[in-house]
Design a protein around this ligand. Structure first.
Ligand code: GH3
Ligand code: MG
Ligand code: MG
Ligand code: MG
Length: 316
């Protein structure tokens, strides 16, 4: 079906990117060879409202990068002899691509090869000291803007536009990785498919706009219940995939039954009318060394049984 004025795929991405960019501050990590260095850089970044984190030496910088996860820029001083900036850069690049973090090198040495060496090793921007404050700020703002835009694009590409939960492509990519990891480490995991009951009838009764509002609200409720702990995605139409890390079958079934009851007990306010929906869920354990698709098919078959068993129920 086609909703009037539905934005094109490109428009959807642009809107998503703008939404993401509007809410984000740039986070920069300054790696100092010792206390008291790089004070000027620090204050220039703060003046631009960057969120600044300080690490002294490379080992601490790598720890901070691991712990914080969402750092956009790293500033490395390349001059201190017993502090090897290039080695820190190499270690950062071993762990993160330039999609993950951008690295800026600073050097005051009269060495023509410093910049090419740094850039070839995976650095993104090289600034010679002493620098003009305006140039420093402009270069970093420019780099931060590009980085933020690429990150927002990649985030938009993994989201479902209507509901803002992850999309089918992301569920398959990430789901495969998580299932492999769980099997390899012998950890518990379960997979489920949730499908709204008689959704076609709901659309026919109230119209597609109300149907869309219901999809958004069901997504919001699922996200609130599952939080960041489990992978949730809209697989298509009125169907959602869930991957439960660290839950065995019994625990996943209990979780799904909680979701089912809560959804059935929460009328959705759509266009001034309270709409009540129910859902059916199929759950399968990730235990055998099976491919991701086979686990998902198993969950789908249980979903089919839940539908035939009368809907508004969980089958496993
Ligand atoms: P069952 O209980 O067996 O799942 O029945 P159902 O009606 O929910 O399932 P069916 O697969 O027959 O119909 C799903 C409907 O979902 C048909 C389609 O028009 C509607 N749908 C799919 N995507 C969207 C959407 O993005 N928005 C709206 N409003 N409806 C959608
Ligand atoms: Mg169906
Ligand atoms: Mg359905
Ligand atoms: Mg369906």
């Amino acid at each position: 079906y086609v909703v009037k004025d539905s934005p094109s795929a490109i428009q959807q991405v642009v809107v998503s990117v703008d939404r993401i960019l509007a809410s984000e501050r740039t986070k920069a990590l300054i790696v100092k060879p010792s206390e008291g260095c790089m004070e000027q850089e620090h204050s220039l970044l703060q003046r631009q409202r960057f969120e600044v984190i300080i690490a002294v030496e490379g080992a601490q910088a790598l720890e901070v990068l691991d712990a914080e996860r969402d750092i956009d820029l790293v500033l490395l001083d390349l001059d201190c002899p017993d502090y090897e900036g290039l080695m820190v850069l190499a270690e950062i690049r071993r762990r993160y691509t330039d999609m993950g973090v951008r690295v800026v090198g600073l050097s005051g040495r009269a060495d023509d090869m410093a910049a090419p060496r740094f850039l070839k090793a995976g650095g993104d921007e090289f600034i010679r000291k002493p620098f003009c404050a305006d140039e420093f700020t402009s270069r970093l703002l420019h780099l931060a803007a590009i980085h933020k835009r690429i990150q927002a694009l990649s985030m938009a590409a993994s989201r479902d536009y209507l509901t803002d939960v992850y999309n089918r492509r992301y569920f398959f990519e990430t789901g495969k990785r998580l299932v492999d990891k769980a099997i390899r480490r012998g950890e518990k995991a379960s997979i489920a498919i949730l499908d709204i009951d008689h959704f076609k009838r709901l659309n026919d009764t109230y119209g597609h706009e109300v149907g869309d509002m219901v999809l958004k609200d069901v997504s919001r409720q699922l996200k609130a219940r599952l939080g960041g702990r489990h992978l949730l995605a809209r697989l298509g139409g009125e169907e959602f995939g869930m991957l439960f890390e660290d839950l065995d079958l019994a625990e996943a079934v209990a979780c799904c039954d909680g979701l089912r009851k809560e959804l059935a007990a929460t009328p959705i306010e759509a266009d001034g009318e309270p709409v009540t929906i129910t859902v059916s869920i199929g759950v399968a354990a990730i235990e055998a060394e099976e491919a991701f698709d086979n686990h998902l098919n198993a969950a789908d078959q249980f979903l089919y049984m839940a539908k035939h068993g009368g809907r508004n129920r969980v089958f496993s």
